[in-house]
Write a protein that binds this ligand. Structure first.
Ligand SMILES: [Zn+2]
Length: 362
Protein backbone atom coordinates (compact mmCIF):
# COMPACT_ATOMS: atom_id res chain seq x y z
CA UNK A 1 0.00 0.00 0.00
CA UNK A 2 1.23 3.43 -0.88
CA UNK A 3 1.36 5.92 1.97
CA UNK A 4 -0.80 9.03 1.83
CA UNK A 5 2.28 11.15 1.10
CA UNK A 6 3.24 8.87 -1.77
CA UNK A 7 -0.25 9.27 -3.24
CA UNK A 8 -0.06 13.05 -2.91
CA UNK A 9 3.36 13.06 -4.60
CA UNK A 10 2.06 10.83 -7.35
CA UNK A 11 -0.95 13.12 -7.84
CA UNK A 12 1.23 16.16 -7.99
CA UNK A 13 3.59 14.62 -10.52
CA UNK A 14 0.60 13.58 -12.61
CA UNK A 15 -1.03 17.02 -12.72
CA UNK A 16 2.30 18.72 -13.23
CA UNK A 17 3.04 16.57 -16.21
CA UNK A 18 -0.39 17.02 -17.81
CA UNK A 19 -0.62 20.77 -17.24
CA UNK A 20 2.94 21.42 -18.38
CA UNK A 21 1.92 19.85 -21.67
CA UNK A 22 -1.15 22.13 -21.79
CA UNK A 23 1.01 25.15 -21.12
CA UNK A 24 3.47 24.16 -23.86
CA UNK A 25 0.57 23.92 -26.27
CA UNK A 26 -0.60 27.44 -25.38
CA UNK A 27 2.81 28.94 -26.09
CA UNK A 28 3.26 26.90 -29.24
CA UNK A 29 -0.03 28.34 -30.57
CA UNK A 30 0.98 31.83 -29.47
CA UNK A 31 4.27 31.31 -31.33
CA UNK A 32 2.35 30.71 -34.55
CA UNK A 33 0.52 34.02 -34.11
CA UNK A 34 3.81 35.74 -33.41
CA UNK A 35 5.24 34.36 -36.67
CA UNK A 36 2.25 35.77 -38.56
CA UNK A 37 2.83 39.17 -36.97
CA UNK A 38 6.58 39.09 -37.74
CA UNK A 39 5.83 38.41 -41.40
CA UNK A 40 3.41 41.36 -41.51
CA UNK A 41 5.89 43.67 -39.79
CA UNK A 42 8.80 42.55 -41.99
CA UNK A 43 6.71 43.20 -45.09
CA UNK A 44 5.77 46.72 -43.89
CA UNK A 45 9.39 47.45 -43.03
CA UNK A 46 10.61 46.37 -46.48
CA UNK A 47 7.97 48.49 -48.25
CA UNK A 48 8.88 51.51 -46.13
CA UNK A 49 12.55 50.94 -47.01
CA UNK A 50 11.59 51.08 -50.67
CA UNK A 51 9.69 54.35 -50.12
CA UNK A 52 12.75 55.84 -48.43
CA UNK A 53 15.07 54.72 -51.23
CA UNK A 54 12.69 56.19 -53.79
CA UNK A 55 12.45 59.43 -51.80
CA UNK A 56 16.23 59.85 -51.76
CA UNK A 57 16.70 58.92 -55.41
CA UNK A 58 14.04 61.45 -56.46
CA UNK A 59 14.86 64.38 -54.21
CA UNK A 60 18.50 64.17 -53.08
CA UNK A 61 21.29 65.97 -54.92
CA UNK A 62 25.09 65.65 -54.59
CA UNK A 63 25.04 67.37 -51.20
CA UNK A 64 22.39 64.97 -49.89
CA UNK A 65 18.87 65.70 -48.68
CA UNK A 66 18.01 68.47 -46.22
CA UNK A 67 14.85 69.08 -44.22
CA UNK A 68 14.11 71.99 -46.59
CA UNK A 69 14.26 69.59 -49.56
CA UNK A 70 11.90 67.22 -47.78
CA UNK A 71 9.48 70.04 -47.07
CA UNK A 72 9.08 71.08 -50.69
CA UNK A 73 5.57 70.71 -52.04
CA UNK A 74 4.79 67.83 -54.33
CA UNK A 75 4.37 68.81 -57.97
CA UNK A 76 0.77 68.63 -59.24
CA UNK A 77 1.17 65.27 -60.96
CA UNK A 78 2.95 63.80 -57.90
CA UNK A 79 0.23 65.09 -55.59
CA UNK A 80 -2.58 63.71 -57.77
CA UNK A 81 -0.93 60.31 -57.88
CA UNK A 82 -0.42 60.31 -54.12
CA UNK A 83 -4.01 61.41 -53.46
CA UNK A 84 -5.35 58.69 -55.73
CA UNK A 85 -3.41 56.16 -53.62
CA UNK A 86 -4.78 57.63 -50.39
CA UNK A 87 -8.36 57.66 -51.66
CA UNK A 88 -8.00 54.06 -52.77
CA UNK A 89 -6.59 53.14 -49.37
CA UNK A 90 -9.45 54.81 -47.50
CA UNK A 91 -11.90 52.92 -49.69
CA UNK A 92 -10.19 49.59 -48.97
CA UNK A 93 -9.73 49.97 -45.27
CA UNK A 94 -13.06 49.74 -43.55
CA UNK A 95 -11.90 51.06 -40.25
CA UNK A 96 -14.32 52.34 -37.65
CA UNK A 97 -11.61 53.81 -35.47
CA UNK A 98 -11.39 57.53 -35.13
CA UNK A 99 -7.60 57.67 -34.85
CA UNK A 100 -5.36 60.56 -35.73
CA UNK A 101 -4.29 58.36 -38.62
CA UNK A 102 -7.69 58.22 -40.33
CA UNK A 103 -8.20 61.94 -39.83
CA UNK A 104 -4.79 62.58 -41.36
CA UNK A 105 -5.63 60.46 -44.40
CA UNK A 106 -8.96 62.19 -44.87
CA UNK A 107 -7.36 65.60 -44.89
CA UNK A 108 -4.51 64.52 -47.17
CA UNK A 109 -6.89 63.13 -49.76
CA UNK A 110 -8.37 66.58 -50.38
CA UNK A 111 -5.64 69.12 -49.62
CA UNK A 112 -4.36 71.40 -52.37
CA UNK A 113 -0.75 71.32 -51.24
CA UNK A 114 1.17 68.46 -49.68
CA UNK A 115 4.86 68.31 -48.89
CA UNK A 116 7.13 65.42 -49.86
CA UNK A 117 7.68 64.64 -46.19
CA UNK A 118 3.94 64.54 -45.45
CA UNK A 119 3.47 62.10 -48.29
CA UNK A 120 6.31 59.90 -47.04
CA UNK A 121 4.88 59.87 -43.53
CA UNK A 122 1.41 59.03 -44.78
CA UNK A 123 2.62 56.13 -46.92
CA UNK A 124 4.61 54.86 -43.97
CA UNK A 125 1.56 55.12 -41.74
CA UNK A 126 -0.51 53.13 -44.23
CA UNK A 127 1.98 50.24 -44.21
CA UNK A 128 2.12 50.31 -40.43
CA UNK A 129 -1.66 50.39 -40.20
CA UNK A 130 -1.87 47.28 -42.39
CA UNK A 131 0.72 45.45 -40.31
CA UNK A 132 -1.17 46.24 -37.10
CA UNK A 133 -4.43 45.14 -38.66
CA UNK A 134 -2.81 41.74 -39.09
CA UNK A 135 -1.41 41.89 -35.57
CA UNK A 136 -4.86 42.61 -34.20
CA UNK A 137 -6.36 39.58 -35.98
CA UNK A 138 -3.54 37.26 -34.91
CA UNK A 139 -3.79 38.50 -31.33
CA UNK A 140 -7.54 37.96 -31.19
CA UNK A 141 -7.23 34.44 -32.69
CA UNK A 142 -4.51 33.59 -30.25
CA UNK A 143 -6.47 34.74 -27.17
CA UNK A 144 -9.65 33.05 -28.31
CA UNK A 145 -7.86 29.79 -28.97
CA UNK A 146 -6.08 29.92 -25.60
CA UNK A 147 -9.37 30.48 -23.79
CA UNK A 148 -11.48 27.88 -25.60
CA UNK A 149 -8.81 25.25 -25.78
CA UNK A 150 -7.72 25.55 -22.16
CA UNK A 151 -11.29 25.53 -20.94
CA UNK A 152 -11.99 22.19 -22.61
CA UNK A 153 -8.57 20.61 -22.17
CA UNK A 154 -8.51 21.45 -18.47
CA UNK A 155 -11.92 19.77 -18.05
CA UNK A 156 -10.68 16.75 -19.98
CA UNK A 157 -7.52 16.45 -17.89
CA UNK A 158 -9.49 16.65 -14.65
CA UNK A 159 -12.16 14.16 -15.69
CA UNK A 160 -9.56 11.83 -17.14
CA UNK A 161 -7.35 12.23 -14.08
CA UNK A 162 -10.00 11.54 -11.45
CA UNK A 163 -11.51 8.83 -13.64
CA UNK A 164 -15.03 10.19 -14.12
CA UNK A 165 -16.24 11.30 -17.53
CA UNK A 166 -19.31 13.53 -17.58
CA UNK A 167 -21.03 15.91 -19.98
CA UNK A 168 -19.27 19.25 -20.23
CA UNK A 169 -20.60 22.45 -21.76
CA UNK A 170 -18.42 24.44 -24.15
CA UNK A 171 -18.46 28.23 -23.68
CA UNK A 172 -20.76 29.90 -26.19
CA UNK A 173 -19.42 32.39 -28.73
CA UNK A 174 -21.07 35.42 -27.11
CA UNK A 175 -19.49 34.73 -23.74
CA UNK A 176 -16.12 34.22 -25.43
CA UNK A 177 -16.29 37.66 -27.04
CA UNK A 178 -17.40 39.19 -23.75
CA UNK A 179 -14.44 37.64 -21.92
CA UNK A 180 -12.00 38.68 -24.66
CA UNK A 181 -13.12 42.30 -24.62
CA UNK A 182 -12.89 42.65 -20.85
CA UNK A 183 -9.70 44.29 -19.55
CA UNK A 184 -7.85 42.30 -16.88
CA UNK A 185 -4.77 44.39 -15.99
CA UNK A 186 -4.70 47.06 -13.27
CA UNK A 187 -4.50 49.83 -15.90
CA UNK A 188 -7.83 48.60 -17.32
CA UNK A 189 -6.65 48.36 -20.94
CA UNK A 190 -7.76 45.65 -23.37
CA UNK A 191 -5.33 43.90 -25.71
CA UNK A 192 -7.10 45.59 -28.61
CA UNK A 193 -6.34 48.98 -27.09
CA UNK A 194 -2.72 48.00 -26.40
CA UNK A 195 -2.18 46.99 -30.04
CA UNK A 196 -3.75 50.28 -31.14
CA UNK A 197 -1.49 52.30 -28.81
CA UNK A 198 1.57 50.43 -30.10
CA UNK A 199 0.56 51.25 -33.65
CA UNK A 200 0.17 54.97 -32.93
CA UNK A 201 3.52 54.85 -31.14
CA UNK A 202 5.36 53.32 -34.10
CA UNK A 203 3.83 55.82 -36.55
CA UNK A 204 4.89 58.65 -34.27
CA UNK A 205 8.39 57.24 -33.79
CA UNK A 206 9.03 56.88 -37.52
CA UNK A 207 7.74 60.40 -38.13
CA UNK A 208 10.46 61.58 -35.76
CA UNK A 209 13.07 59.35 -37.40
CA UNK A 210 12.38 61.00 -40.76
CA UNK A 211 12.48 64.58 -39.50
CA UNK A 212 15.59 64.05 -37.38
CA UNK A 213 17.25 62.17 -40.20
CA UNK A 214 16.72 65.00 -42.71
CA UNK A 215 17.82 67.59 -40.15
CA UNK A 216 21.08 65.77 -39.48
CA UNK A 217 21.58 64.91 -43.15
CA UNK A 218 21.89 61.12 -42.87
CA UNK A 219 21.84 59.02 -46.03
CA UNK A 220 19.13 56.56 -47.05
CA UNK A 221 21.11 53.57 -45.80
CA UNK A 222 21.38 55.00 -42.32
CA UNK A 223 17.72 55.96 -42.31
CA UNK A 224 16.50 52.50 -43.36
CA UNK A 225 18.72 50.99 -40.68
CA UNK A 226 17.11 53.20 -38.01
CA UNK A 227 13.66 52.26 -39.31
CA UNK A 228 14.57 48.57 -39.06
CA UNK A 229 15.70 49.06 -35.45
CA UNK A 230 12.38 50.67 -34.56
CA UNK A 231 10.51 47.81 -36.21
CA UNK A 232 12.52 45.31 -34.16
CA UNK A 233 11.43 47.07 -30.98
CA UNK A 234 7.81 47.01 -32.16
CA UNK A 235 8.05 43.29 -33.04
CA UNK A 236 9.38 42.49 -29.60
CA UNK A 237 6.50 44.42 -28.00
CA UNK A 238 4.00 42.59 -30.22
CA UNK A 239 5.44 39.17 -29.31
CA UNK A 240 5.35 40.01 -25.63
CA UNK A 241 1.75 41.18 -25.94
CA UNK A 242 0.67 37.94 -27.63
CA UNK A 243 2.47 35.75 -25.08
CA UNK A 244 1.13 37.64 -22.08
CA UNK A 245 -2.44 37.87 -23.32
CA UNK A 246 -2.50 34.22 -24.43
CA UNK A 247 -1.18 33.24 -20.99
CA UNK A 248 -3.95 35.21 -19.32
CA UNK A 249 -6.76 33.79 -21.46
CA UNK A 250 -5.39 30.26 -21.10
CA UNK A 251 -5.41 30.78 -17.32
CA UNK A 252 -8.91 32.17 -17.48
CA UNK A 253 -10.04 29.12 -19.47
CA UNK A 254 -8.63 26.84 -16.78
CA UNK A 255 -10.15 28.93 -13.99
CA UNK A 256 -13.63 28.72 -15.53
CA UNK A 257 -13.16 24.99 -16.01
CA UNK A 258 -12.12 24.55 -12.36
CA UNK A 259 -15.27 26.42 -11.37
CA UNK A 260 -17.53 24.43 -13.65
CA UNK A 261 -16.14 21.19 -12.19
CA UNK A 262 -16.31 22.33 -8.57
CA UNK A 263 -12.55 22.40 -7.98
CA UNK A 264 -11.92 24.31 -4.74
CA UNK A 265 -8.13 24.58 -4.70
CA UNK A 266 -5.37 25.06 -7.22
CA UNK A 267 -1.60 25.00 -7.13
CA UNK A 268 0.92 27.26 -8.83
CA UNK A 269 3.17 25.59 -11.38
CA UNK A 270 6.13 27.63 -12.60
CA UNK A 271 8.27 26.54 -15.54
CA UNK A 272 11.50 26.14 -13.63
CA UNK A 273 14.42 26.88 -15.89
CA UNK A 274 17.13 29.52 -16.13
CA UNK A 275 14.56 32.07 -17.33
CA UNK A 276 12.26 31.69 -14.31
CA UNK A 277 12.02 34.91 -12.37
CA UNK A 278 12.16 35.23 -8.58
CA UNK A 279 8.44 36.04 -8.31
CA UNK A 280 7.43 32.80 -10.02
CA UNK A 281 10.12 30.67 -8.34
CA UNK A 282 8.79 31.79 -4.93
CA UNK A 283 5.17 31.06 -5.87
CA UNK A 284 5.88 27.63 -7.38
CA UNK A 285 4.03 24.89 -5.50
CA UNK A 286 1.85 27.24 -3.44
CA UNK A 287 -1.75 26.16 -2.96
CA UNK A 288 -4.63 28.64 -3.02
CA UNK A 289 -8.39 28.50 -2.57
CA UNK A 290 -10.40 29.29 -5.68
CA UNK A 291 -12.09 32.02 -3.65
CA UNK A 292 -8.69 33.77 -3.40
CA UNK A 293 -8.03 33.61 -7.16
CA UNK A 294 -6.66 36.97 -8.24
CA UNK A 295 -4.64 37.43 -11.45
CA UNK A 296 -1.21 38.94 -10.81
CA UNK A 297 -1.33 38.15 -7.07
CA UNK A 298 -2.38 34.54 -6.55
CA UNK A 299 -2.82 33.49 -10.18
CA UNK A 300 -0.83 33.87 -13.40
CA UNK A 301 0.21 35.76 -15.40
CA UNK A 302 2.25 37.46 -12.67
CA UNK A 303 4.12 39.74 -15.06
CA UNK A 304 4.50 40.32 -18.85
CA UNK A 305 5.84 37.23 -20.68
CA UNK A 306 4.98 35.08 -17.64
CA UNK A 307 5.01 31.33 -18.32
CA UNK A 308 3.65 30.19 -14.98
CA UNK A 309 0.44 28.18 -14.93
CA UNK A 310 -1.84 26.41 -12.41
CA UNK A 311 -2.88 22.83 -11.74
CA UNK A 312 -6.00 21.67 -9.92
CA UNK A 313 -5.37 20.61 -6.35
CA UNK A 314 -7.42 17.49 -5.70
CA UNK A 315 -7.18 15.25 -2.66
CA UNK A 316 -8.74 12.22 -4.38
CA UNK A 317 -6.31 9.63 -5.65
CA UNK A 318 -5.58 9.93 -9.34
CA UNK A 319 -5.90 7.01 -11.68
CA UNK A 320 -3.27 6.21 -14.23
CA UNK A 321 -3.92 4.99 -17.75
CA UNK A 322 -5.33 1.50 -17.86
CA UNK A 323 -7.03 1.74 -14.48
CA UNK A 324 -10.78 1.78 -14.08
CA UNK A 325 -12.81 4.82 -15.02
CA UNK A 326 -16.52 5.54 -15.03
CA UNK A 327 -18.50 7.47 -17.55
CA UNK A 328 -21.94 8.98 -17.20
CA UNK A 329 -23.69 8.65 -20.51
CA UNK A 330 -24.71 12.21 -21.54
CA UNK A 331 -27.97 10.95 -23.09
CA UNK A 332 -29.22 8.37 -20.60
CA UNK A 333 -27.54 9.73 -17.45
CA UNK A 334 -26.48 6.16 -16.58
CA UNK A 335 -23.03 5.57 -15.15
CA UNK A 336 -21.03 2.87 -16.87
CA UNK A 337 -17.48 1.58 -16.58
CA UNK A 338 -15.10 2.87 -19.22
CA UNK A 339 -12.14 0.72 -20.13
CA UNK A 340 -8.77 2.42 -19.90
CA UNK A 341 -9.03 6.10 -20.70
CA UNK A 342 -10.42 8.21 -23.49
CA UNK A 343 -8.20 10.40 -25.65
CA UNK A 344 -9.03 14.11 -25.68
CA UNK A 345 -10.70 13.81 -29.08
CA UNK A 346 -12.81 10.81 -28.03
CA UNK A 347 -13.85 12.65 -24.88
CA UNK A 348 -14.68 15.83 -26.81
CA UNK A 349 -16.81 13.92 -29.28
CA UNK A 350 -18.79 12.07 -26.62
CA UNK A 351 -19.04 14.46 -23.70
CA UNK A 352 -18.70 18.06 -24.86
CA UNK A 353 -21.93 19.85 -25.68
CA UNK A 354 -21.95 23.04 -27.66
CA UNK A 355 -24.67 25.67 -27.25
CA UNK A 356 -23.98 27.39 -30.54
CA UNK A 357 -24.52 24.25 -32.61
CA UNK A 358 -27.79 23.50 -30.85
CA UNK A 359 -29.00 27.02 -31.59
CA UNK A 360 -28.34 26.53 -35.29
CA UNK A 361 -30.36 23.33 -35.35
CA UNK A 362 -33.45 24.89 -33.81
ZN1 LIG B 1 7.91 34.87 -13.70
Amino acid sequence: MATKQELIDKNHAYWKDRFTALDDRTFEDAGKSIDRIRDAFDYACREIDKEIERFYSQYADDSGLTLADAQQYLRDNERKEFQADVTEYIRMVTSDDDSRFSKLLDSLSTRARITRLEALRAKTAMYINDAYGKESDALHDSCQKALESNYLRTAYEIQNGVGKYEAFQQIDKKSIERILSKPWTPDNKTFKYRAWTNKEQLIHTLTQVFTRGFVSGIDSKEMTKTVKDRFNVAEYAAARLVNTEAAYFASEGSRQSYQALGITKYQILATLDDRTCDICADLDGQIFNMSDYEVGLTAPPFHPNCRTTTVPYIDDPVLTAGEERTARDPDTGKTVLADGGLTYNQWKEQFVTDDDEEDEEE
